[in-house]
Design a protein around this ligand. Sequence first.
Ligand SMILES: [Zn+2]
Length: 224
Amino acid sequence: MPHSNEVLSIRHLRKAQTDISHLTKPDMEPSLDQLRKNYERFDDNKLTRIATEEAAGLRPEAVDLLKQVIKERGLSGSIIKGIDAQLQEVDDRILSEYAELLRGLPCPLCKSTDEKLNATMTGSVISFIIMTNYQKELKVACPNCLDKANDRAMIKSALFGWWGFPWGIIRTPQALLLNNKMKKQNRLSEPNDLFNAFVLGKIGRLEANRNNPTELQEIIEHIR
Ligand SMILES: [Zn+2]
């Protein structure tokens, strides 16, 4: 059958065309209608979380839509401000304003307000024969509590880190070094780099809650 190849190739071409038209359909990312349905399905908490923590990752039409849905729900206007804060360039003045706002709060661990808060990273290693777990954790607290957190992580690693081969032997000194290095930043009078990075990452929630001490406290108590 001399024509069969040709027929086959035309059929293939047609199929390829449908595939392409399917691929180029605008529904590759959710349409605005679809997006609206999604937003409407979310409860107020989830909507607030997206608005104050994830707005920077949304396309501009989605941001507008999100603002619209928030207004329709009658949610606080400060949430809209929280969206805008994430989309703006954050200059040093704004950053240090937010940093000072948080640093004056009571320490989430000991509740003291004697010293301004700062941030540290703890590194703890726990090994069990061939399994080694290296966990890094960001903490926001007063300098005394930060020191204690680093000390605890070092003691824990020194006691339980070494016993894994090979990672326990490799990770344990790394963790001890990390805690030691971090401790040097715990008592700086200004916010350390880690604290500033933390503030920058929370800029939307901070703006939305700048006059809400309970929610500000929540931001430093439950770091996620
Ligand atoms: Zn404390």
